[in-house]
Design a binder for this molecule. Structure first.
Ligand code: ADP
Length: 225
């Protein structure tokens, strides 16, 4: 899944992972878990995360390679969230997967004005990563409805780190859109709308892909954002 910060990638990937019973691999969640457990990688990664900078490509590739080595991805596949995020990561990832290729790249599109408002009001569960906002808080005292963990504002959801992440998205990640489009794997889906509406668009694309043996029908989407 491609899409800038605040496009709803995390929310939608969790939903897709439940619906299709496919492991959800979120590099952001994996890194935050390392930071929380104070592993050597976590201690090193923390300064990048807090500033909204990208972790070096080799570190990310090694982390994803070890995750993809687990049996669940071999039997069920995976939905990838937050990776690849640079051209070098995409190159390394393709090598890693060979001879297998990814099926689909879903590009969640949303105007930047909307993501800024979403990110500033975003709150997340420190333990399971469930996503809330100041307008849709958990039921009880900022305690996660799902696991009881503390619901907090991410360090990198400060205004400065958000700007940095959005700039990095444009310079480092956006080129991947053209890459996957040229490979015939990209489908644009509008990220504007309620989570249910966006999910419906995504599942209609995936279902058509599954049933049509790889043929992509035109997807109703907003004009290119
Ligand atoms: P967001 O998409 O809102 O930035 P994520 O949870 O996907 O949130 O990522 C949070 C942070 O984790 C990023 O700002 C970056 O520091 C780090 N990170 C996650 N995935 C990658 C990646 N593929 N390459 C480099 N850094 C990454």
């Amino acid at each position: 899944m491609l899409g800038k910060q605040g496009s709803g990638k995390g929310t939608q990937c969790v939903r897709l992972s439940h619906r299709y019973v496919i492991p959800h691999i979120s590099t952001g969640d994996m890194l935050r878990a390392e930071v929380k457990s104070k592993t050597p990688l976590g201690l090193e990664a923390r300064r990048y995360l807090d500033a909204g900078d990208l972790i070096p490509d080799e570190v990310m590739l090694a982390m994803v390679a070890s995750r993809l080595d687990r049996d669940d991805t071999r039997t069920r596949g995976f939905v990838l969230d937050g990776f690849p995020r640079t051209v070098a990561q995409a190159d390394g990832f393709e090598e890693l997967l060979k001879p297998v290729e990814i099926d689909l790249v879903l590009n969640l599109m949303i105007p930047t004005e909307l993501v800024l408002a979403r990110l500033v009001s975003r709150r997340v569960c420190e333990d399971c990563g469930a996503i809330y906002s100041t307008s849709t808080p958990p039921k009880f005292n900022w305690t996660c409805d799902i696991c009881g963990g503390d619901v907090i504002q991410r360090e990198d959801d400060s205004e400065e780190a958000i700007k940095n992440r959005l700039n990095l998205y444009e310079s480092a990640t956006a080129p991947l859109v053209a890459r996957y489009e040229a490979m015939g794997k990209l489908v644009d889906v509008s990220g504007v709308g309620s989570p249910d509406e966006v999910q419906e668009c995504l599942t209609s694309v995936i279902d058509a892909y599954q049933h049509g043996g790889g043929f992509f029908p035109p997807v109703p989407s907003e004009e290119k954002l």
